[in-house]
Design a protein around this ligand. Structure first.
Ligand code: ADP
Ligand code: MG
Length: 287
């Protein structure tokens, strides 16, 4: 039988759009030491729109760059992919699509091998990105991805996102309660630094692949800390499973939701505070 206070709390929380999938984790949500936030789609809306397209190849115009990128991105559900696909009228078919786990995507389009990659991974593959236009976009804290067609770096696409309006308040409340806030992201450190400062987090790590997000959670736990992880994406799934309390943003992917203990249906970061309060109220009554 489910104790009455828990049944009541479950009903109250559901009314507020906080879905509890794992009751034991819910109990742990009373007094976390650290709340780890993913960036894109969690602290930000995850609705990216293209702001700029640059071609590095005189034989390929911006429209072609975008068209190749959109074809490959049609295989992905990442917010970057949605932003790019949305921007073209007609999406070319992609074959042999592959997701490169927090580094980008690749596939065959029109007989060419097309990759759309993060800044860090593009450099790791040996391409040198030296263009003042790119520096300017990065300076504006835009997310940039790089389009490689048949092993040549051809262009850059910049996208911008919006910070969730409640993110700053949520971080402020958590910190005032002595809860450490940390942001982990796969995006570049320029974008990460900007979002972190906007929401009031001074602790962040950028350019992480999914397994590195998971590792950071584990390291915190090894210090004896109780960790909440809040995320929305496929790339957050390992970290969500590892955290003491995995919290998925309702607007996120199915994979994130299935990996989480709690789902915030309203996608509002302030609901993390509500979750803590509700858990505290529920389990103090039981003692
Ligand atoms: P976050 O941690 O901010 O949610 P992700 O881990 O989902 O970010 O992605 C990290 C980085 O990997 C992105 O900033 C981007 O550079 C690259 N990336 C991920 N998915 C894609 C994609 N579909 N197309 C291009 N780049 C991608
Ligand atoms: Mg995300």
């Amino acid at each position: 039988a489910i104790p009455l206070v828990i049944a009541v709390s479950t009903a109250i929380s559901a009314g507020r759009g906080i879905l509890i999938r794992n009751r034991e984790s819910f109990e742990n949500a009373r007094d976390p030491d650290v709340v780890v936030f993913d960036k894109t789609g969690t602290l930000t809306m995850g609705e990216l729109g293209i702001t700029d397209v640059i071609s590095f190849d005189p034989e390929m115009d911006e429209g072609e760059i975008l068209s190749y990128a959109a074809a490959v991105e049609s295989g992905s559900s990442h917010p970057i992919a949605r932003g790019i696909v949305e921007a073209v009228a007609e999406v070319l078919p992609v074959e042999n699509f592959n997701s490169l786990e927090g580094r980008g995507v690749m596939g065959h389009v029109n007989g060419s091998v097309v990759k759309v990659l993060s800044y860090g991974y593009t450099e790791e593959l040996g391409f040198s990105i030296s263009d003042p236009r790119v520096d300017e976009l990065i300076g504006q804290a835009k997310t940039t991805v790089f389009v490689i067609v048949d092993d040549e770096l051809r262009g850059c696409i910049a996208l911008a996102d919006m910070i969730r309006p409640e993110a700053r308040e949520a971080v402020g409340i958590l910190r005032s309660r002595g809860v450490r806030c940390l942001m982990l992201t796969g995006d570049s450190s320029a974008v990460a630094g900007w979002v972190a400062s906007e929401v009031g987090i001074d602790d962040y790590m950028a350019e992480l692949i999914p397994i590195e997000k998971y590792d950071e959670i584990r390291k915190l736990q090894e210090e004896g800390l109780r960790v909440v992880m809040v995320g929305d994406g496929v790339n957050d799934a390992p970290a969500l499973v590892q955290a003491d309390i995995g919290v998925a943003i309702g607007a996120g992917t199915d994979v994130a939701i299935e990996s989480a203990d709690v789902v915030l249906v309203r996608s509002n970061p302030l609901d993390v505070v509500d979750l803590m309060d509700l858990a505290a109220a529920t389990y103090s009554k039981m003692k």
